[in-house]
Design a protein around this ligand. Structure first.
Ligand SMILES: [Fe+2]
Length: 195
């Protein structure tokens, strides 16, 4: 039984009420899909992990013009939706170590769910860029090809590989995470314009 105060539809309602850019909404949905898949693999709660993926950037649309304020509005929004402090801490943890975020830059992730969130949401950027390169096709995407793109640091250069590699601290290999990401995102391909 998930300890969640709102439904998925309500969470999407919160995100859409901010008029997010299509690309950002796609990132939230992909993050949710990967988180669900990893949770199933780890024997964790897919609804909880999925909700965390869906809402991890809940204040992004409101703060993207000043990146240093990213995640400063998230606690208020999430408390307003009755999420507990643990959920909020989990959300904030994906900003740990970012030099752009003064309050979080010296914090270090130290829980399984934190490593899974940071690695999963970061990997979505790489998968999406790779899918676009393959004429938006994800159906026949293979771990092998994705791994090549992971190793090629010039491909989607802004995608931080060292954060993706944090998945190993959560007990999954990179290959297992790559497979989860492909399988998870395949399930929502129609929703996000992939084939
Ligand atoms: Fe994100």
């Amino acid at each position: 039984m998930s300890n969640l105060p709102i439904t998925r539809a309500q969470a999407i309602g919160i995100l859409k009420s901010q008029n997010p850019e299509e690309f950002d909404l796609i990132h939230y949905l992909m993050s949710e899909a990967v988180m669900r898949e990893v949770a199933l693999k780890l024997g964790e709660d897919p609804d909880y992990y999925g909700m965390l993926g869906l809402l991890h950037d809940v204040d992004w649309t409101l703060t993207k013009n000043d990146v240093s304020s990213h995640l400063t509005k998230a606690p208020e929004i999430l408390r307003g939706a009755d999420f507990n402090e643990e959920f909020i801490e989990n959300v904030l943890s994906h900003g740990y170590g970012f030099p752009e975020l003064p309050e979080l830059k010296n914090k270090v992730r130290n829980k399984k769910i934190e490593w899974v969130l940071a690695s999963s949401e970061t990997l979505t950027g790489l998968v999406y860029a790779y899918a676009l390169m393959r004429e938006k096709k994800i159906t026949d995407m293979e771990v092998k090809g994705l791994k090549k793109k992971f190793r090629d640091k010039t491909f989607a250069a802004g995608c931080r590989r060292e954060i993706i590699a944090e998945i190993e601290k959560a007990g999954l290999t990179l290959d297992e995470l790559f497979l989860c990401s492909i399988e998870g995102i395949k399930k929502i391909k129609d929703e996000i314009g992939l084939a």
